[in-house]
Design a protein around this ligand. Structure first.
Ligand SMILES: [Zn+2]
Length: 157
């Protein structure tokens, strides 16, 4: 078994190229302004084709998760957690990704994308707890601290 590997297609190829540059973008309809994800050729709301990429904060909220016992990816030891994240930028959109935390996820907690290069052609988007840690600490990026109820995090390192 060769292992699962996302295959960029005509619609998603540019998105994967951006992810490789550690950008997280969604499509924005030029006609009605609706954000959409994953990539597709026309707007599901107004059915026009004009759109542009818009880089957004790679943040979301944990909706649910599963423990995967099947080794889809060669570099992942089983079992591993796959989380379902409701994107902050596109509320109607749920995305899946590997959990990159040293504890189990919690329902409703805020998470942030973590870019994981697999090889020179593929970078995957994992999800990790919290908002702004480990991102190079760009100044003025912490305006959203304290936004959610019950944010707590063990920081023992
Ligand atoms: Zn539209």
């Amino acid at each position: 078994m060769a292992g699962y590997r996302p295959e960029p297609d005509r619609d998603s190829g540019q998105w994967w190229e951006r992810v490789a540059r550690r950008e997280f973008a969604v499509q924005r309809c030029d006609t009605c302004g609706a954000a959409r994800f994953p990539a597709r050729a026309f707007c599901p709301a107004c059915r026009t084709e004009a759109w542009h990429w818009e880089e957004v904060e790679p943040e979301g909220v944990i909706e649910s998760w599963i423990v995967n016992h099947q080794p889809f990816m060669p570099d992942l030891r089983e079992p591993y957690l796959v989380v379902m994240v409701r994107l902050a930028a596109v509320p109607g959109c749920l995305v899946f990704g590997n959990w990159n935390g040293d504890r189990p996820p919690r329902y409703g907690e805020r998470v942030r994308a973590s870019f994981r290069p697999v090889d020179d052609r593929l970078t995957l988007v994992d999800w990790k707890p919290g908002a702004t840690d480990d991102l190079g600490g760009s100044a003025g990026d912490d305006a959203q601290e304290g936004g959610g109820p019950g944010r707590e995090r063990a920081e023992s390192r």
